[in-house]
Design a protein around this ligand. Structure first.
Ligand SMILES: Nc1nc2c(ncn2[C@@H]2O[C@H](COP(=O)(O)OP(=O)(O)OP(=O)(O)O)[C@@H](O)[C@H]2O)c(=O)[nH]1
Length: 206
C-alpha cells in the first residue's frame, strides 16, 4: 500500500516530477519561464504531490499504540467526525468530507489510542482514491491491526470532480459510503446503533 522513500529518493522524485510538469505547462502554452506567477509552479506542484497529496504512498503506515482491553469493554465505540482530505483518482480533483469509525472491541483483545483513527484516515486519504476503496482500506487496516469483533467505516464527502467541473453538481452534493466488518456486517441492530451515533456526532444527518 505504501513504499517509503528516503530523503534522497524523495528529492529525486520531486525533481523528476517538476520536469514533467514543466513539459505539461509547455504543452498547455503557459509561459512559466517568464510569467512571474507560474515561474516556480512546476517545482511547487511536484512538491505538493509527493509531500502532501500522495504522501500516504511514500510514508510508512501510522504507528499504532495498542493497550490491553483491561476492563473487557465490549460495547460500540464511535469516533468522528474525522476530517477527510483526499484526491479523486479520475480527475485528480479534491475530495473532502468527514469519516466516522465504529469499533466493537473484543473483550480479550486490544484497543488503540483514539487519535490513531484520525491518523489512519489521513494516511489512506493521502493518495489518489475512489471513496468505495478508501472506506475499505481504512477498515481492513484497523481490522488487521486490532482484530475487533466488528468495525464500521463511514465517509460522507464532496467530490470536486462533480461539483467544480463536469456536471457542476451542487457543492452540498455528497457521497456516503460505509464498509462493515465482522459483527457490524451481520447485525442490523449494531448498524442502527452506529448510524444513530454518527448522526449525533455530525450534529445533522450523516
Ligand atoms: N463511484 C465513484 N465515482 C466517482 C468517485 N469519484 C469520482 N467519481 C465519478 O467517476 C466518474 C469518472 O468519469 P468518466 O465518465 O470517465 O469521466 P468524464 O467523462 O470526465 O465524466 P464527467 O465527470 O461526467 O464529466 C465521474 O462520474 C465521477 O463523478 C468515487 O469516489 N466513486
Amino acid at each position: 500500500m505504501s513504499t517509503p522513500l528516503d530523503a534522497v529518493e524523495e528529492k529525486a522524485m520531486i525533481a523528476a516530477a517538476a520536469r514533467k510538469i514543466e513539459e505539461l505547462l509547455d504543452v498547455l502554452r503557459i509561459d512559466h519561464r517568464n510569467d512571474h506567477n507560474t515561474r516556480d509552479t512546476p517545482h511547487r506542484v511536484a512538491k505538493m504531490l509527493v509531500k502532501e497529496l500522495l504522501r500516504g504512498r511514500f510514508a510508512p503506515a501510522p504507528k499504532i499504540t495498542e493497550f490491553d482491553n483491561a476492563e473487557g469493554f465490549d460495547h460500540l465505540i464511535v469516533t468522528g467526525p474525522i476530517t477527510v482530505r483526499s484526491t479523486c483518482a479520475h480527475h485528480l480533483m479534491p475530495i473532502y468530507g468527514e469519516a466516522f469509525i465504529g469499533i466493537l472491541p473484543a473483550a480479550d483483545g486490544k484497543i488503540i489510542g483514539l487519535s490513531k483513527y484520525d491518523r489512519i484516515v489521513d494516511h489512506f486519504g493521502a493518495r489518489f482514491q475512489i471513496q468505495e476503496e478508501l472506506v475499505k482500506q481504512i477498515g481492513s487496516f484497523i481490522v488487521d491491526m486490532t482484530k475487533p469483533r466488528g468495525l464500521a467505516v463511514r465517509i460522507s464527502a464532496v467530490h470536486m470532480c462533480k461539483t467544480h467541473r463536469g456536471v457542476h453538481a451542487s457543492h452540498d452534493s455528497r457521497m456516503v459510503s460505509t464498509a462493515y466488518f465482522g459483527e457490524l456486517q451481520r447485525s442490523a441492530e449494531l448498524k442502527n446503533e452506529f448510524l444513530r451515533e454518527c448522526q449525533v456526532l455530525a450534529g445533522r444527518s450523516a
